[in-house]
Design a protein around this ligand. Structure first.
Ligand code: F6P
Length: 739
């Protein structure tokens, strides 16, 4: 980063709190300190700035141990005084008195707009303060401009130009947990629940949670339901009940409206359902629970990289640069103009009011539109049985490799979408073993009802690769069951097995069918996919446990070494290190040397002698065959002497278990939707194209099997290019042990 001299930076959180704000503040503070810049917290948002009593310098240690806390430890507020010029005048005085001429504002569109107005008024405000004698000429000339960088902290995920706002992923965790819990009580009583979720004018939380939980119906502001929706909603729930569904959940966004612009309330929906369905309906308004609690792994990670980028941006700002926000676009940090993003965001309600619903949806971004398509298909209570003119056939789906949370949601999507389009869907039990022995079953609609929330894979899986001697039986079964396309959801062994089938086409004509590989492994080591299904759940499992491990040592001096999975891929180790603030991370791509161990050890000893209480080391299971977790633990224990104890945790299979996170459910649904669409296209065009799918830089890509080898390292079973490698350096610099 450029070593240019910069005045003091103020960092504040404003508006509704959002989980992940603490990680952002930590990253801002530590990145500023690394660059020799003083950084001040402005406590309680604009209120602290207006009052002037809440401006406090932060040091390296003042942001230690905050990442796992929900909310914002520097406080936030919705401040009325700052909306008036007089309030902003007082705020300017207080900033100048502290030498602050750069602000990192973490908040929603209202807070960011306020910051931009403030920055534009700044010269006038300073002139007035100088004229009335509150500031000297020197004080004013030390801070001639106020530069702003915004980070979007809001659970609503409502900022145009940024794909994910800080806090939205965690809120989705809270919502899916709550709806999973509600659905079991709903099913017990055969009840319907109307669940109201937050989001102001944005339907992201409602729509994403509706897909993630398999809800019956959802109402969002961007796409008000067509007149007569009440009958359609009741009709769908009625036929789902007749098909065997015991619970029904209707998710309503707090800002939902009808086509006349009238709010649709949960009470209204409840009354309609009770009257028409003649059954018990209960309302649950999730409220502020959605904003609370520990941030998810994604929110910690993304807030950290955005906080880092904000300071980098402030350092490199030139005179005349307009205020910007750092957001996430295409799975990377991006700097975008603040006011343009706010303008677009604020135009959404106008589009809705004008009946331009497609435009409103488009403004929310491509993935919002995709989610809407997926939900509209998936909410069908019973299979429609295809469209006239669409070719139908029999497709098979199987899971291979170790289980990964999110496999079941992917299978469910294949089954429901396939049946909805009139195809026959066969489930292959136990991966390639089932394909060899002919253990295939016809899947039905209700069988997969609950699978959005089930971990692992209900079809069974293992790491069997078909041997040459198995090809004959596989070919025979493909013919016997008249399979016209095959989807494999799984990891490395599944990819290899499918590739081998494809290579054997000349000898076995039965293999001349389209095939699709969908990436699903906690290791996140597959070509063409920046994130595979299951990796997010594993990361959250790791982060949850590490939070507990860290708190177990509140009163003693301890260093923990935690071994995580991933085989030869360090993704889980590096991203969990970044998300938990680990001081040391060892992973295979980087390797471990004796020299490195010695340096880390020296720093640990120095740091514990200076009063450190806890240190965290994360080691990828295959980081080095000699410097094992046991070896490092014993080495450090011996050298730590009376200064610190070592404790070892090998996390093992708990990383693979548990219910899928909302992200893995959505990713599973999205990839499965694409996989089935590919098979249908091939059926219509008489093609046998074999592809592997994956999201990369926010785009869903298809690659031919022939690219598999070039894109991966066979020896270490991982992709040649890995986007996350840079994160290791950031994780280390923000948790440097010697500070
Ligand atoms: O913007 C975040 C948000 O939680 C919205 O989803 C919600 O409408 C609003 O804030 C609630 O605000 P308050 O916490 O001030 O009641």
């Amino acid at each position: 980063m450029a070593g240019k001299s910069v005045g003091n930076i103020g960092v504040m959180t404003s508006g509704g709190d959002a989980p992940g704000m603490n990680a952002a503040v930590r990253a801002v503070v530590r990145t500023a300190i690394i660059n020799g810049i003083n950084v001040y917290a402005i406590l309680d948002g604009y209120q602290g700035m207006v009052d002037g009593t809440g401006i406090r310098e932060l040091d390296w240690h003042s942001v230690g141990g905050v990442m796992d806390q929900g909310g914002t430890f520097i406080g936030t507020a919705r401040c009325k005084e700052f909306r008036e010029r007089d309030g902003r005048l007082r705020a300017a005085l207080n900033l100048v008195k502290n030498g602050i001429d750069k602000l990192v504002v973490i908040g929603g569109d209202g807070s960011l707009t306020g910051a931009d107005t403030f920055s534009q008024e700044w010269p006038g405000l300073l002139q007035e303060l100088q004229d009335n004698g509150k500031l000297t000429v020197e004080e004013c000339s030390a801070c001639p401009k106020l530069q702003i960088v915004g980070l979007v902290g809001s659970i609503d995920n409502d900022m145009c130009n940024s794909d994910m706002t800080i806090g939205a992923d965690t809120a989705l965790h809270r919502i899916t947990d709550a709806i999973d819990a509600l659905s079991s009580t709903a099913a017990s009583h055969q009840r319907t629940f109307v669940v109201e979720v937050m989001g102001r004018n944005c339907g992201y939380l409602a729509l994403a949670s509706a897909i993630a939980t398999g809800a019956s119906w959802t109402l969002i502001p961007e796409m008000p339901p067509e007149d007569g929706w009440e009958d359609r909603m009741c009709g769908l729930i009625r036929s789902a009940t007749a098909a065997g569904r015991r619970d029904s959940i209707v998710i309503i966004a707090e800002g939902a409206r009808d086509r006349k612009g009238q709010p649709i309330t949960s009470n209204y929906v409840r009354d309609v359902l009770e009257k028409e369905l003649k059954r018990d309906v209960r309302i649950t308004i999730l409220g502020h629970v959605q904003r609370g609690g520990a941030p998810s792994a994604y929110d910690r990670y993304s807030a950290t990289v955005q906080g880092f980028r904000a300071v980098e941006n402030i350092i490199n700002m030139k005179d005349g640069d307009e205020s910007s926000i750092v957001g996430i676009r295409r799975h990377r940090t991006a700097v975008v103009p603040l006011m343009e993003s706010v303008r677009l965001t604020r135009s959404v309600p106008d589009k809705i009011a004008a009946g331009a619903y497609d435009e409103a949806v488009a403004l929310r971004g491509g993935s919002f539109k995709n989610m809407l398509n997926i939900f509209n298909t998936m909410m069908q209570a019973v299979p429609k049985g295809g469209k006239p003119g669409r070719e139908t056939g029999c497709f098979a789906v199987m899971t291979c490799g170790w289980p990964a949370a999110g496999m079941n949601p992917a299978i469910r999507t294949v089954v429901r979408l396939g049946l909805d389009h009139g195809h026959t869907i066969l489930g292959v039990n136990n991966g390639f073993e089932g394909l060899i022995s002919g253990d295939l079953v016809e899947m039905d609609w209700m069988q997969v009802e609950d699978w959005m929330r089930c971990g692992g894979t209900a079809l069974g899986t293992n790491r069997t690769r078909p041997a040459e001697s198995d090809f004959y039986m596989i070919a025979k079964n493909i013919e016997k069951f008249n399979i016209k396309g095959l989807i494999m959801i799984g990891g490395w062994t599944g990819y290899e097995g499918m590739n081998n089938l494809c290579k054997m086409r000349r000898n076995f004509p039965a293999f001349r069918i389209p095939m699709v590989c969908i990436p699903a492994t906690i290791n996140n080591n597959l070509p063409g996919a920046e994130l595979s299904i299951g990796a997010d759940t594993a990361l959250n499992n790791i982060v949850d446990v590490i939070d507990k491990i860290k708190h177990s040592s509140d009163s003693s001096r301890r260093a923990f070494i935690v071994e995580v999975m991933g085989r030869y891929c360090g993704y889980l180790a590096v991203i969990s290190a970044l998300s938990t603030g680990a001081e040391i991370v060892y992973f295979h791509e980087e390797g471990v040397t004796l020299d490195r161990l010695q340096k880390d050890l020296d720093q640990l000893v120095k740091s514990f002698s200076n009063g450190r209480k806890i240190a965290l080391i994360i080691r990828n299971e295959n980081a080095n065959p000699v410097y094992t977790t046991d070896f490092i633990c014993s080495l450090f224990e011996e050298a730590g002497g009376h200064l610190f104890d070592m404790r070892k945790s090998v996390l093992g299979p708990l990383q693979q278990g548990g219910v899928p996170t909302p992200f893995d459910r959505l990713l599973g649904a999205r990839l499965a939707y694409e996989g089935l669409t590919h098979l249908e296209k091939c059926l219509a065009e008489n093609s046998d194209r074999c592809i592997f799918l994956g999201m990369a830089e926010g785009t869903l890509n298809q690659h031919d099997f022939s690219q598999m080898e070039n894109m991966s390292s066979e020896e270490h079973q991982r992709p040649v290019e890995q986007w996350w490698l840079k994160a290791a350096e950031l994780a280390r610099s923000l948790a440097t042990i010697e500070k």
